[in-house]
Design a protein around this ligand. Sequence first.
Ligand code: IPE
Ligand code: IPE
Ligand code: MG
Length: 257
Amino acid sequence: MLNKLFATQKRDTDAKSAKLSLDPDNIPHHVAIIMDGNGRWAKRRDLPRSAGHKAGADTLKKIVAAAGEIGVKVLTVYAFSTENWKRPDEEVSYIMNLMYTYLEKNFLDLKKNNVCLHFIGDRSRLSDKLQRVFKKAEEDMAGNTGLVLNVAVNYGGRMEITQAVQNIAREAAAGKIAVEDITEDLVGSYLYTAPENDVDLLIRPGADTRISNYLLWQAAYAEFWFTPLCWPDFTKETLIEAITSFQARERRFGGLK
Ligand code: IPE
Ligand code: IPE
Ligand code: MG
């Protein structure tokens, strides 16, 4: 009886994987994820919001591995926005500590898996301790040639563009750049994600369908994919589902078919 049940379940899984097989020639190069819904996930289980953030960190570990296996080259994840400081101090400190422990726990694995880690965002508001570990992790993985993993912390798309404008203006005022030299490529080269700016697929779990100040420049021609699943429930299969949807779309970039 039980064997029969397992056999049926296995058939279902096999059918699902077959259906979910991806075209290896059309894997999105750069995938961005807004890791949202941690708080709701926890609330539904009568747990504190912190439990949702902790579960979300475990999901990130799995999705980094999955993205690498699938053949994604750049993965940019939103961990903490410039607006998230509005949350209660207790939640903000929990998230900051979680980043520290996440790195401590996963550092060797990331390194071994050839991941090239970057933190994007304004670090000046982060604790010295966090700034130090971010820098150390980046330096240690700088030579890695596998998945590029950008973790956005104290990141805001408007702030990123504003800082780029300030830096360009500084160079122009010093006579190092002429106004005519300020092209889209030049502006892009001042962004945190340069030179891998263009996002192909932007995924947002958690049921909200907005951009929340994420990668405003980079998402100019991104394909969007939303799911009501909360981030802690997101799996490799969810990622495959998003990429399957991406592969069925026609990207025209303003041109004609
Ligand atoms: C995303 O989950 C994590 C951060 C924004 C830091 P949320 O904490 O926003 O979860 P919800 O949206 O309240 O469910
Ligand atoms: C976006 O989620 C930021 C992160 C996931 C890190 P939010 O929960 O902060 O976004 P809003 O407030 O719902 O737009
Ligand atoms: Mg949220």
